[in-house]
Design a binder for this molecule. Structure first.
Ligand SMILES: [Zn+2]
Length: 206
């Protein structure tokens, strides 16, 4: 890895942004950062898409320390049997160690990962992308011919349900320690909706 920062700087916008962060956010919240330096106690784990347009802290107005975050392509929770340690280890840590009370799976509009899922087997695709979105193939099979929004929402519900395959999640949910939420973020309107399994409807969270 190159080590000379002068010859390989981060983009200027990010360096300026970091200066602003130190001058404003950090300076006015020094106590918070000092507190966070030694421990974290988030109540919520957020499983979202890696897409740059879906920043959970900004959308939810959350402070550092509030959300334990895992982001991947199309906010997928692989089956337990797949042994995907990245997802499994984060889930285990959040549920067993941090004892979060909420697991949120959130999809979003215009999701490239869900578009890839919809093209699975029909269009050439990167091998690794294909093998990743393959974890959600049952969602595709059950929702053939539907809109992207419906497919994305169906994917969110399926991934949220799949969380229960993980023994730590099942145990915590069964004991009442943990609630699981399926959400959808619309980039254009800025609104987050939540699925209500009782009536099958989605409603704005705010
Ligand atoms: Zn996405």
């Amino acid at each position: 890895m190159p080590s000379n920062k002068d010859s390989n700087p981060l983009p200027a916008s990010l360096r300026k942004g970091h200066k602003r962060f130190l001058r404003n956010d950090y300076a006015s919240n020094e106590e918070l950062f000092a507190h966070l330096a030694d421990a974290q106690a988030p109540k919520v784990m957020w499983i979202g898409c890696a897409d740059s347009r879906v920043p959970p802290e900004r959308i939810l107005g959350a402070e550092p320390g509030e959300l334990f975050i895992l982001r991947n392509v199309a906010n997928i929770v692989p089956p337990l049997a797949a042994d995907e340690a990245s997802v499994g280890s984060a889930l285990h840590f959040a549920v067993e160690q941090l004892k979060v009370n909420h697991l949120v799976v959130c999809g979003h509009s215009d999701c490239g990962g869900v578009k890839a899922l919809s093209q699975l087997g029909k269009a050439p695709m990167d091998r690794m992308l294909a093998s990743w979105v393959e974890y959600a193939v049952s969602v595709l099979e059950d929702n053939e011919g539907t809109t992207m929004e419906s497919l994305t929402k169906a994917n969110v519900i399926a991934q949220a349900e799949r969380l229960l395959e993980y023994p730590c999640v099942l145990a915590a949910a069964s004991s009442g320690q943990l609630s699981i939420h399926a959400c959808y973020y619309d980039i254009r309107s800025g609104k987050v909706e939540q699925f209500n399994p009782e009536d099958g409807d989605w409603s704005h969270i705010a």
